[in-house]
Every structure is written in structure tokens, then in C-alpha cells.
Unconditional design. Sequence first.
Lengths: 428, 309, 370
Amino acid sequence: MKAENVFLKIILGAYLAVFFGYLLGPLIVMSITAFNSPSFPKMTPWECLTFEWFDVLANDTRILNGIENSLIVGVGTVFLSVIMGLAAALLLTQIWPKLRATYYTVVIAPILIPGVVLGISTLVFWDRISVMLGMETGGILHNGIFLTILGQSTFIASYCMLVFVARLQRFDTDLTEAALDLGATHVQAFWKILLPFMKPAIGSAAVLAFLASFENYNTTTFTFGKFPTLTIELAQKVRYGINPSISSLAFIIIVLTIIGALAYEVYRRRQQLALANGAPVGAISSGFQLPRIFRRNPAAVILVLLALGGFSTIWFAQTYSPDVCKMDVREQKRLIQEERIKAIQEKRQLEMQQKQQQGTGVLGGSKSDAPAAQSPGQGAFGNVFKPGNLDKTTTEPKADKPAQSPGKGAFGDVFAPNNLDKTPPKED
Amino acid sequence: MNIARFFRNYFTRNGIGLGTFLLVAVLFWVVVLIILPQLSMLDFSFRHHLPPPEMGGPKDTYTLEHYKYLVLGAPGADTSYNVVDLGVFGRTLLAAFFVTILDLVLCYPLAYYLGQSKGGGFIRVLVLLLIIPYWVNEILRAFAFRIIFGDSGLINEMLLAMGLVDSPIDFIRANVALYAGLGYAYILLMIFPIYNVIESLDRNQIEAARDMGAPWWRIHWRVVIPYAKPGISSGCTMVFMLTAGALAAPQILGGPSSLWFTQIIYQWFNQGGNWPRGAAFAIVLLVTCIIIVLSTMRLFKVRIGDIGK
Amino acid sequence: MTKGVDVDLEDVWIRFGDFVAVREANVNIKGGEFFSFLGPSGCGKTTILRSVSGFLEPSQGKVKIGGKDMAGIGPNKRPTALIFQNLALFPLMKVWENITFSLEVKGIGKAERRKRADELLDMIALPDQGEKLPSELSGGQKQRVAIARALCAEPDVLLLDEPLSALDLKLRQHMRTELREIQQRVGITFIYITHDQGEALTMSDNVAVMRAGIIDQVATGHRIYNDPATPFVASFVGENNVFRGTVKSVDGDMALVSTNRTGELLSRIATSAKGKLKVGDSAMMFIRPEACNIAEDTSPAVNRFSAVVKHEEFEGQIYNVFLEGSEGKEIKMSLVNIGKQRAPAVGNELMLEYEPQQAVVLPAGELASE
């Protein structure tokens, strides 16, 4: 039995390692390439630690423009999909029972329809409408932002609806009836009871919708027109010319994602703590070793460490210059190059009659002129984080919340349970 | 209960303003965004490829030419069937099928492990780690695989350095990178539906089966898998549809000789400029995928309502 | 506070498709009365309540509040307030906001609402709890907040849908008294729904006992218990030993019943059956366990029968003795624990007797299923 358990654990560990290696490995590799100096993103051979790719990214107007378009599209899509998803979810609970299955199939279908099909059908449909209305090509119905928002909302609204349906299932319809019974109109009951209850779901649906919109490619690639989003720009870069500035963008996104996830985790833990304190156990641990937020909350600790790490990296980036290293690498390469050429020449001399062989020499040659662009400008690095700051809005709905309640939960709640317990006997 | 009564109840329940607003929002979505565009694409796929001035003119009649093209190839071609496009179509579906199976095999154990363990910090960390890659752009994820599998990518450099191979292996041409990237792209959509279902499976059922002396594979075959069936089919459906309809990964990771069917559609739209033909191909893709999914669901007796749970 | 008003159900039928939830209900509830609907779950009592509060319209008949027909008037326009079974406190609002919600929807300013909330919080003995969320309160406190919230709307009729069922026994008993006190203080009509006869009998001025959509009896608690109108009421309210048989002779208020297994027994005829019970009719006779006693005289008589002690249960203030009469007839007897050990030993054959005035006979009918 014991031996079998150990064996199982080893298998499980290996499986988890393989799985998460597959899942996270590519992201780690890509992040590392953002700091390597060769102009084609690669991890090996490691040449020089550099931050120049962040500069390149910060000065890439197409990327910046793409981010701007993505933000506009994202906001529009969030707005449209959240409203449509919420309306659809509310209707699902009320619709004629016989129609419910059909209705559900129709509104869930966009998730299953291939993205390219959605993009094409949106494009074709609005083109037709535009022709029918006799509008000129390039009117609002051909506008890339307009089409992209509609195309994306078609399926993102389904995601939102699923979020809302899940939340609605936990809604107690007695609450609406209670409000009506107390004299509220139907509209008042909706705004004062149902909508506040749906608020967290609206927040998470909005985040989900924004993320889905931000990274959408398949639909957008048909609808973007003159307004390429970030994803479109990235795709074109990846297909036609790659340098590690893309890796640096990926790195920024990954870091922001981790921060967002950790912030959410901190928030969740805090809520749990508040909840635990609300229970009549009234567990007040003796002595405060750490500020309240950090106790039993590794996520918060990691978050703080991460922030410290980030600041020190920025400081380091502003003082560090890879020039010396690059010179060394160039020098080394030159030496290798010379040796190779020498070897080849010797070879040639030895095998004069045979055909010429160049092979690997050429490959090496192309490498040597790599680190051409270089300007580890100091202020520029700060700019890189500007687009990043904009990105943060994605995590804001989640990150904002911790500020709301925990202060109150901290102490009042701890003592409250005792109060509660005492009151009933008093009245007896 | 008749329709009129339903609407009367509906409006008393929601109020006139709110009720109308909800109806309008949903109708806009269902009719203007979902149904009409699909119909218009269907209509478009039966039309001739005409320059804009001739649209609506006498030449604008219905035709099967684009569907014929997909099956028979260009008129006067030397093969009697459109071997290239049909081949790509078949290969896309087959590859999507294998990617789905790959994801299922890869995800089921993890979903089971996560679903049956009693929560705790470690599990939450694992779940977070699962979600993080999904927040990173699809293009960037595909790009990461190019860095790994490229000619001078990580794996080749490592193999070369270890002396296992003399010259770089062309993973791109062999489509290894493509399948790895595709499997990666939608792995979460496989794991979470299964995880959600298994999480609700009473642990006692497994204990009971174990008490009765069932070996682990029989427990899975007789207890866990039948219970998780809605989650499994939901995950498989989504992964299959999304993989067959993927565009980014094939464009970035596909070898020069292997096309994905969506790429052909893309070419008709963006390079060929023949929209009706692109629309016809898109219809074929959509209909085929729907048929495959519906028949699989019928086969495994799963309802559409289970999807997305 | 407003004086309570009458609530009248006139020939109310409520159907859901083919299913008849309420059948021909005719009830007059007097203003300021504490009125209960008592019945097993699924008997239609909640349906009646919902038709009074306005969440559903009767398929036929009229619901009148204060003499006014309520047809077509929505729940938010009726002078009723409902306390839900699960209380339905708004989880995201503070206690005081919950209480004054009815004022908020009328557009009354915050300061005035706050003042009113404090008054009501004082009344329900929860001062200084207004800033809390409902989830931070105990079960009994939530209960009182729900009552305050309903009273804040100044209804003429307060409807209560089994509001005590989620509480534990002690608290439930305490809340009964409290509810009754509140009702007497505010003087409005209370309509109370319960399946717990204890609640119905202790609190109510009048009780309606319901069975499968039909109101079997409307009367005071005393009448319901001592003079049931149907075998269902007799067996649902409290415990009863049932003896089936036929009427052998009728003499004024009394009838001699020839029971199937226990011989001939004498009993009072229930008020509802007076003049209707004829010789030869099949009948059901009911003797309450506490009406049985151990006879000192063991000679046969029309108010005595013998039985063998099978086992006993000790409940504190009473002993429940379970006996077996002739042909396996099960009989339950309750003896008050007056200190001395008087529980009979298991296996003993006893002669039991009862006061014929305390037994009641009715035409045979449906019993409450256990």
C-alpha cells in the first residue's frame, strides 16, 4: 500500500510537471527572450542582458496605435455584450418554457460558431445593408471599429450571459416579491434589488468580455478595416518580421496578468477572512506578527515581493548598460568568424579540386550584424509602462474591490458575534 | 397559456420600459447579430462574384458555382475533384479531431485531480497557473511556440548542443509546432468543464466503488467518466469547434506546405477578393462542424443545454 | 397604527392547469384578528396567502380586503405586507435600509427614514443594530427585522408564511409569544400560515384547517381540538386513537358505536355531525390519548376496553404508553407524570376507561396520513 502510494505520487508529480511545463514553459521562454540581445527572439545562445526591446516597443507607433484601437473596441464590446448578455439571461428565466431550449441554443451558438465565420458574416451582412441603403463605401457600416465591436459582441455576449445565468441561479426570487409586496414598482425592484445583486457578476462579465475582446483575432481579422487592433498588429509582426520587442510586450502582459490574478486572490482571501470573523467563533489570534492582510495570505506577500522586484528591475534597467557586453559578444563573434574563415580557407587550400563549401559560414555571418539598434535611453523605459498602465484597467474591476469593505470587517465583526449571542437572553 | 397572456404577464412583471428594453436588447443580439448575418452569408454564398456596380443587376442571380468549385475544382482543371481544397478540408477536420483527443487525454487526469482534491492553497495556485496563460494573447502564445520550435529555436539549439542531431529538425514543416500550439490554445476549455462536473461528484461514490474492490481503471470507466460525460462532451465540442475554426495558430505555426481550411477562406476574402466563394467555404465549415458536433452529442446522449455549464 | 380590516374569501377557486390548489374557499377574517391557516404541506394554504397578497389572482371568486374587491390590484398596491418563509431580507442592504424599504420606494428622504427605522428597531428590541447587514444577525433577530420591515409599510393586514419554521424549538416558542404580543399592540389583522398545530393553537383567535385545497373547519383552537368537524381535523390536530365501526344507536348527543375490533363504545356526537349520524352509518370514533385512563373497576362497560402494554415512552411531563387491544388494535395512552411511579409494566393486561363526553364520533372519512 505504502509503496504504491509513493509510486502514485511520483507519477502524479511527473504528470503535473509535464502539464504545467507545457502550459507555462512557452510563456517563460518568451519572457526570457525579451531580455536577450539577438534581434531574432531566441533564448539560446544567451548573449547579453538588455532592455532595449522595451524601448523598441515603446517607440513602435503601430503597436501603440493598435493598443489604442483595442481599447476603443474593448470598451464598446464590453458595453454591448454586458447589456445584451444580461438582458438575455434575465429573459431566459422568464421565457415561455416551451421556447426555452430553442432560445438557449440560439444564444449559446455563437460560442460554437468558428470566429472566422462570425467575422465573415458580420462583414457580409453590414456590407449588404450598406448597399441596400445606398450608402457609400467607407461609411459607418464599413467602419472597422463599428464592425469589430458588433462581430466580437456576437459571441462575447454569450460568455457574459453564461456568467449572468450562473449568478441568477443563486438569486432568491422571494426578494423581488418582497420588494413588490412592500410597495416597490417592478422597475424599482429591478434597480434596487436585482441589479445590486448582479453587480459582482457584471464586474466579472465585463473583465471577461474585455479580455476576450482584447485578444480576439479570428473575428477581428475580417472586420478591422482601417483600424487594426493590437492583436492584428501582432499577428502581422509575427508573420512578417519578428524582433524581441514582441516578447517584451508578452512579458508586460504576463506580469500584469500575474499581478491582476494575485490582487484578485488577495481580495478573495480578505473576504474569506472577513467572513470567518463574522462567524460566532470569534477567533482573535494572540499577537499580530504581520499586518492583518498578510496573515494566511501568501498571495499578498508574493504581490509585495513582485512589486519590490519590479521597482528594483526598473532601477537596474536605468543604470545598466548592455553596451559593454554587446561589444564583447561582437568581438567574440568576430574572432569566431575569423577562425571559421581561416579554417575554411585552409580547407579550401587542402581541397582545391573539390567543389566549394560554404555552408555554416553564411549562417554565422548573418548573426554578426545583429545588435544594430541600441539606445538604452533612460526616460524611454518609463514610457514602456505607459501602455501597460492602460492595460491595468482590465484588472481594475477586481483590484478595486478590496478597498470597499475590509476596514469595517476587521474589528467590529470580531466582537459582533458575542453581542449577537447575548441579546436574546436579555429579552426573555 | 397563450402568447398574448405571456406578453401581458411579461410586461406586468418587468414594467413597460424595462420589459421593452430587455426585449429590444435580446432581439438586437439574436436577430441582427446572430441570425441575419448568418442568413446573409448563406445568401451571399449562392451569388456570383461580381464587381460592386453589377451587384443587384441582371447578372446577380443565384448559383452553386462556389460549392461546385469546392468539390469539383476550377472548370477545366486536370483533376475531376478539387483535390487541394478538399484535402485541406479533410486534413483540418482530422487534425482538429486529434488535437481534441490529445487535449482530452492530457486534461482528464488533471481535471480529476483538481476536482477531487479538497481545495487548499496548492490547488488554488494550480488553478491560477491554469488561467494565466489564457489571459495572454493568442498570437503571443502561438509566437512562443515559434520561439521554441523554430530552426534556431530552443529545442533545436538544445539538441544541437547535446549533439543529438547534426542539423536542426524542421518542426514547423513537420507540423509539430502547429499541433502543439493548437493543443495549447484551447486547453483551458477542455479542463474547466470537466473539472466543474467532477468537482460535484460525491467522493463517497468513489470510496464505495473502491470498497467493493474495483480497480482504479474500472472506477473511472464505470463511475467517474459516465458522471463527467456532460463536461467531457462540452469540453470536446468547444475544443473541436475552436480548433477547426482556428486561424491564428495555423497562420503563425503552419508549415509552408500545409494549409488550414480557415486559411483558404481567409485567402478568398483578403487576397483573392472573392467574397461569395469565401462565404461558401465558411458555410461548409460551419455546417460540417455543427453536424459533427450534433451527431457526437447524439451518440453520447448529451444535450446542448449542458454546454457552457 | 391603522385598525385592522376584514379579509374575505368568497367562493375562491385557484387552479394551476388541471390541478385544483384551492377549492371553494369561503372565509371571513375579522379585522384585528389573529387568524391561522393550518394544514399539511401542499394543502394550498400558501396559495391562499399568495392570492391575498396579490402574487396570484384566483381563477374564480373574490378576495376582499376591507370590503374592497382586490381583483386586478397588484401586490405593491394592496394594503398587505407579507413575511416570507425564508424572510427574504435584502442581503445587500443594511438592517435599517431593509426596514424602511417601503418608505424608500415612496421617495421619502433619508433622515426621516432613519428616524422611523430607529423607532421600529426600538420596538423590536434591537436598538443600535441598524448599521449591520442581515447576515450578521442571529436567526431570531432576522425574524424581528422582517416583522419590523413589514410593519413599517403600515399594512392593514400582515401575512406570515411559516416564518418560524427555520428556528430551533426554544426560539420558536419564544417568538410565538412575541408575535402574539406585537399583534395585540399594533391591532392589525394577522394571517398566519403554518403546518405546526402548536403554533396555530397558541397564537390564533381562529384557525382554518385545510386538507388538499379544501377548508375543513374554521373555528377557535378549542373547538378545533375538542370538537373537530371531520375525521381529518380530528387526526391532524393533536393525536387521536381512531376506532372504526358502525353506529348502533343514537341517543340525543350520544351515540353507541359498534367498533370493528374493540366492541361497543359510547361517544359524544361531534357538533358538525349532529342530526346527520344515523343508525347503521359507518363512523369513526376518536379518543385522545390523554382522555384514556387505567380503570380501577375492571368489569366490562361501554366506556371500557382492555389492552396489553407493549412499551412506553417517557417524555418528562407525561408517559406515553403504547398498548395492543383485541385483534392487534394499537392504542396510545398518555399519563401525566405526577411524581409517583405509576407506569404499568410491559406485558400487563389493563382495563382502560374514558369519559364518553371526551370522545367524539364522526361519519367515516379521510384521515390525515402520518
